[in-house]
Design a protein around this ligand. Structure first.
Ligand code: FAD
Length: 351
């Protein structure tokens, strides 16, 4: 186990913001994880578990305890025991998109629409990542975790992970308890790509043959690139943490109130099948209809010129500046629409 001190965290995040970690360990095996935790315990250090750093806003003062970067590698394929599915056991430190590409080269369907999402395999179950009509909870068979409550390694079946829209036990009821070591995915060999999402249908409109998995992956990456949702070297619109706000889930009464407010302004609240699946409304619509335009900037932080939901670091931004823009957006959306927008990224450390 390699222990380092005062390691800059900003370069380890897609936002490229934040101060250093007092202690930093990269864990390449379960025993590295155990050793790092013993060290943290001996010094009474708070531990933050880092994956690919793509869903984080690190405080300007950094993290005063220990950052444990999970770097466990490996993708192994084996036959499933039911439904003719193929199982992939994947180390938490693998790049998520590398795994998607690997599965598609093996002609296995189930995660093709999740192409181009940055981050690690270990980070993906935490907020049950989803895009273009698929979520990881639909294909996760089980997750191998280190349980910090008793120091044991366990296997959690998908049901035990409590997956819901952008959530799981890992970011709600059991936050901080489990370190994800490996995830097992059950994919369909020779399966057809999932082409339900409007943007994808439009991309392939007019085509006579059904796109294959590889073409679907390329289409998803192309669409994501247009929205600044793909990490592309040199593109300032992807220096972000992806969508900064979750799509709010409203009660019937809240939805009726929103509809009434929209009607009074001559507007209609958009409803797409993808949103209705989770009884959500579009956070991007709320942001734009509150007077925030794409490209709106305050100091070194801006709303992406390609996507109303992404806050981007224009270069040299601080976490305090991001939080100021977050507050501005939240306050105005709440005042105009009566809806509270919940941030999606994880805030690390104290600002
Ligand atoms: C350009 C861009 C586009 C994005 N598009 C999408 C999208 O389409 N859909 C979507 O859902 N998300 C999207 N995201 C958000 C992000 O990519 C995902 O949430 C990703 O799964 C985070 O993984 P990570 O490894 O980077 O986690 P990190 O950002 O490092 O960590 C996020 C959280 O997970 C925890 N964590 C990470 N690894 C582990 C582990 N091994 N064990 C336990 N806890 C762990 C961390 O402690 C933290 O709480 C996007 C982000 C960016 C920058």
């Amino acid at each position: 186990m390699l222990l380092q001190e005062n390691v800059a965290l900003a370069p380890l995040t897609t936002f490229q913001i934040g101060g250093p970690a007092r202690f930093f360990v990269e864990a390449r095996s379960t025993s590295d994880v155990e050793e790092a935790l013993r060290f943290a315990q001996s010094r009474n250090l708070d531990v933050f578990v880092l994956g690919g750093g793509s869903n984080l806003l690190v405080a300007d003062s950094g993290w005063p305890g220990m950052v444990l970067k999970v770097a466990i590698a490996g993708i192994e394929q084996r036959p499933g025991t039911r439904d003719d599915k193929v199982l992939f056991d994947v180390g938490a430190g693998e790049s998520w998109d590398r795994f998607v590409s690997h599965a598609i080269r093996a002609h296995c369907a189930g995660i093709e629409c999740l192409s181009g999402i940055p981050g690690s395999v270990g980070g993906a179950p935490v907020q049950n990542v989803g895009a273009y009509g698929q979520e990881v909870c639909e294909t996760i068979e089980s997750v191998e975790v280190f349980d910090r409550s008793d120091g044991r390694v366990r296997e959690l079946c998908a049901e035990a992970c409590g997956f819901a829209y952008r959530s799981s036990i890992f970011n709600t009821s059991e936050r901080g308890r489990f370190i994800i070591l490996r995830a097992t995915y059950a994919l369909v060999p020779g399966g057809e790509p999932h082409l339900e999402y409007a943007d994808l249908k439009q991309h392939f409109a007019g085509r006579e043959t059904r796109p294959n998995l590889a073409e679907t992956r390329e289409a998803v990456r192309f669409i994501r690139g247009r929205k600044g949702m793909l990490i592309v070297e040199g593109d300032p619109d992807c220096r972000s943490a992806g969508s900064f706000f979750k799509n709010p889930i409203l009660t019937g009464q809240q939805h009726e109130e929103l509809r009434r407010r929209a009607e009074a302004k001559g507007l209609v609240v958009p409803a797409y099948p993808a949103l209705e699946k989770h009884k959500k409304i579009s956070a991007a619509w709320l942001v734009e209809k509150s007077g925030f335009t794409r490209g709106y900037a305050l100091g070194h932080v801006a709303i992406s010129s390609k996507h109303a939901l992404a806050l981007v670091n224009r270069g040299g931004a601080t976490a305090a500046e991001v939080l100021a823009v977050k507050d501005q957006i939240q306050n105005r959306v709440e005042a105009i629409w009566g809806v509270h927008l919940e941030p999606e990224p994880v805030f690390v450390g104290r600002n």
